[in-house]
Design a protein. Structure first.
Length: 257
């Protein structure tokens, strides 16, 4: 403001000097041409009019300068306002760009986290699938092994059963043969007579009781069979101790010739 005031003062001084110079020239001219025609009062009146006119000019110049100064100030204010608006707009754009960048960063972080979660899920699912397949294979192998073991046990049990059955048959056959040797045939016995005999024994083969369960022969024949069993005591031992039974049954038939 001080610079502008100084410039205005210098400009105004220059204008005043110019006006004074013109007034002086005008006075000189008037004085030279009218020295003999007019008196001093007239000259002074003309000079006063000229000065008044020049003062109005100065006021107009001041007013014009003031308008220019006001216009310039207004332009400066508008420029400053525009600059501030542009700065605010740039700041808004900067903040918006930062917000978008942060939003994009967060979205990328979410995307990466989701991708990692899906990868972990896939990894766990794959591990579970592999583990399930391994477990199923082991279960299948265990079931197959158990099946083979059961088949082997069943086969062994069947073989053992057949062996025991064969040994039992041999055991009963040995008892029957001993009873046959000790049997005394009665006169009334027929060749087709048979008896189902139940024998109670104690360890060592000693006979403690004999019972005829079913018989085709008469009482004499039945009594002869019972006597033969008692006479065969102790009965033969089985080849396998597991075959021993306190009660054993066999079929007695009339021995052939």
């Amino acid at each position: 403001m001080t610079v502008r005031n100084n410039a205005a003062s210098e400009y105004r001084g220059a204008v005043i000097g110019s006006v004074v110079l013109h007034v002086a020239v005008l006075i000189g001219l008037v004085f030279n041409f009218n020295i003999f025609e007019k008196d001093d009062s007239i000259v002074y009146a003309k000079v006063i009019d000229a000065v008044v006119v020049d003062s109005s000019v100065l006021d107009a110049l001041d007013q014009e300068n003031q308008q220019k100064e006001n216009l310039k100030k207004q332009q400066l204010l508008q420029a400053e306002k525009k600059r501030q608006q542009e700065a605010e707009q740039l700041e808004k754009e900067k903040l918006e760009q930062q917000r978008l960048a942060e939003q994009k960063k967060q979205q990328e972080a979410i995307r990466l986290a989701e991708k990692k979660r899906l990868q972990e899920q896939q990894t766990l699912a794959e591990q579970k699938r592999v583990e399930d397949e391994r477990r199923l294979r082991e279960q299948a192998q265990a079931a197959e092994w158990e099946k083979l073991q059961a088949e082997e046990r069943a086969a062994a049990e069947q073989a053992r059963g057949r062996e025991l059955a064969n040994n039992m048959d041999l055991y009963k056959q040995a008892i029957k043969q001993r009873v046959d040797r000790n049997w005394v045939r009665p006169v009334s016995a027929e060749d087709w007579y048979t008896c189902e005999v139940s024998v109670d024994q104690i360890p060592g083969g000693e006979v403690v009781n004999v019972e005829i369960l079913k018989c085709d022969g008469d009482a004499i024949f039945q009594r002869s069979v019972m006597n033969a069993v008692y006479k065969s005591s102790p009965l033969p031992d089985p080849s396998n101790p597991a075959l021993f039974d306190r009660r054993i049954q066999f079929t007695f038939k009339v021995p052939g010739e």
